[in-house]
Unconditional design. Structure first.
Length: 141
C-alpha cells in the first residue's frame, strides 16, 4: 500500500503534480511557463491562457494623457511570457503559443515570449511560424 501524505496523495502523485506544466503570474504583466509542454498539458494551459487574456483585456490599462477634445485612449496591454522553464516541448506547444498570440491580438494585447528553449525554438523555425511568434532568427543560406 503506498504511503500517503497529509493531503491524501502518494509521493509519486505529488511529484507528478509538481512536474505538470504551469503558467505562473509573476506580476506587472510578466508570466512564466514551466514544466513539460506535452500533448496532455496543452488543453489545460489553453484554458488557463484564455481566462488570463480575457481578464487582462477587461482590466483598465495605464492611463494615457488625454488629448484636447478627445477621450483618453487606453494604453495597450503588454505581457511577456518567459519560456525558460519549459522542460519538454512538441509541435502541440507551438500550436498553443500561436493560439495565445491570436487571442491576444484580438483582445488588443501585445504578447511577447522570452527565453526560448532551444528545442521549442527549432520547432517554431522548422514550422515556419517563428515570425508569427515574434522569434527573431538568423535565416542565412
Amino acid at each position: 500500500m503506498p504511503d500517503r501524505n497529509d493531503s491524501g496523495t502518494t509521493a509519486e502523485q505529488g511529484a507528478a503534480a509538481n512536474q505538470a506544466a504551469q503558467l505562473l503570474e509573476l506580476g506587472a504583466g510578466r508570466f512564466r511557463l514551466q514544466g513539460p509542454l506535452d500533448l496532455g498539458a496543452i488543453p489545460g494551459l489553453a484554458r488557463q491562457g484564455q481566462r488570463l487574456l480575457k481578464r487582462l483585456s477587461r482590466e483598465p490599462a495605464s492611463r494615457s494623457q488625454p488629448h484636447s477634445h478627445s477621450q483618453p485612449q487606453p494604453q495597450p496591454v503588454e505581457i511577456q511570457i518567459d519560456l525558460g522553464g519549459v522542460e519538454r516541448s512538441s509541435s502541440a506547444a507551438i500550436a498553443l503559443l500561436l493560439d495565445w498570440v491570436a487571442q491576444a491580438g484580438r483582445a488588443g494585447i501585445e504578447l511577447r515570449f522570452a527565453h526560448w528553449p532551444e528545442a521549442l525554438r527549432r520547432i517554431a523555425i522548422f514550422s515556419n511560424v517563428d515570425g508569427l511568434l515574434g522569434l527573431e532568427t538568423d535565416r542565412h543560406g
